[in-house]
Design a protein around this ligand. Sequence first.
Ligand code: PLP
Ligand code: ZN
Length: 481
Amino acid sequence: MSHTDFPSYRGEMEYVCLGCGARRPGDSLLYTCPDCGGVFLLENTRFDALRATGGQQWRAVFDGRAATRTTALRGIFRYYELLAPLMDEEDIVYLGEGLTPIVEAAPALRDQVGVPFAYKNDGQNPSASFKDRGMACAFSYLKWLCRRHNWDEVLTVCASTGDTSAAAALYASYVGAPLKSVVLLPHGKVTPQQLSQPLGSGAKVLELPGVFDDCMKVVELLAEQYRVALLNSKNSWRILGQESYAYEVAQWYGWDVSDLCLFVPIGNAGNITAIMCGFLKMLDLGIITSLPRIFGVQSEHADPVYRYYAAPAAQRSWAPVTVTPSVAQAAMIGNPVSFPRVRALAQRFIEAGGDRAFQVVQVTEQQIMDSMIEANRHGHIACTQGGECLAGLRNARALNLIDGNEHAVLDATAHSLKFSGFQDMYFNDTFPASYGVHPRPELSNKPVLLLPEDAREGKDVAEYARLGAEAVVARLGLRKK
Ligand SMILES: *Cc1c(COP(=O)(O)O)cnc(C)c1O
Ligand SMILES: [Zn+2]
């Protein structure tokens, strides 16, 4: 069989509870452990069979698939055997997710920061955030499950105010029957932009008075008692899909990640967990021979994971925090559901890669905004969380956690356009006091109206063009050639 055909290997997936260690078969929908309430990671019990193929051979397989004409292998499932190798080709949903570009920092920005770095633009996914990686996997699994159990209707539900609902609604609308998507939002707590994505995808959008956490509780109750598929972070199939980020980074750098430092924002902590899982799997199979270093980044307005790891190892104790408003809104979470996953994976990462292999740095709201604006003034398309990563890199450098010979890869988790409201507040100096952000005047940018509002009236095209040109010339001080 050629590397570009759909593989015949099938694994067998099991849920493994991080609380009590219980195992359950992967052919039913489970979110938390029925025994202890813990979160799951998924494990392929036939992973050993993959070891028969050497690391070098795996690299050749994945490199070969870059040229595949098999649609199902064109996105995150280029790494099929490492993700959820249950599904058949017909189950796989491909909307162009994954294989997002890694763009080296503009030279002027790189010199300013003092460390070579690149952005991986995960905002260039179909719904403009990395959440699509997880949804592609979760929806492919759902299709497989529906076929297996002959289900004729499944409601997918999620509570969200942003990127999760956008991604879930997009994939559900593409797949169509038997899947239908419902999004539960806290009434009045979402901006028109945040609403527009699930509405545009035709999802049923339900609202409840209250906050996000209230909606989350409702959705969890529904998932316990009805046949609905919960698509929030507790869904471990999403975590699997998000591992693809790690595979892509390794492949881009020729499978040598020893000098890389990855910066990842932490919200519910699903993404950073998935990325660590991905690198550990590659190390296990000899696809890479050493781990990169992973830096989690949190704002001081929502930093429970930072606080946990800031304490000396013997004195660490987990405590959720109360968040205050953060521009890194998609990561503004005080009690991340995936914290047990972080703790488990960080430990494995440090065992395999040493003390410096996993660290968490903290940044201020001011640094996040300044960094996002500066990145985007140098041709990048970072969202606020992407700005958070650049701020994290700067702080790591200042703390001497990283030296000038290493190469950083920053996760721009969403497209800058999703968060343009914060850019507006920065340019117009209209941040509510609770954010504590004071724009640097030299970074502000506003449109300039050249002529009075009624200037067009009563003039023909040629006359108005002359007037407009004169106004441009005067404004820019242009000289005739
Ligand atoms: C969801 C999200 C995050 C946070 O990721 P977690 O997996 O919850 O830690 C960061 N940035 C963006 C744009 C997101 O949508
Ligand atoms: Zn358990």
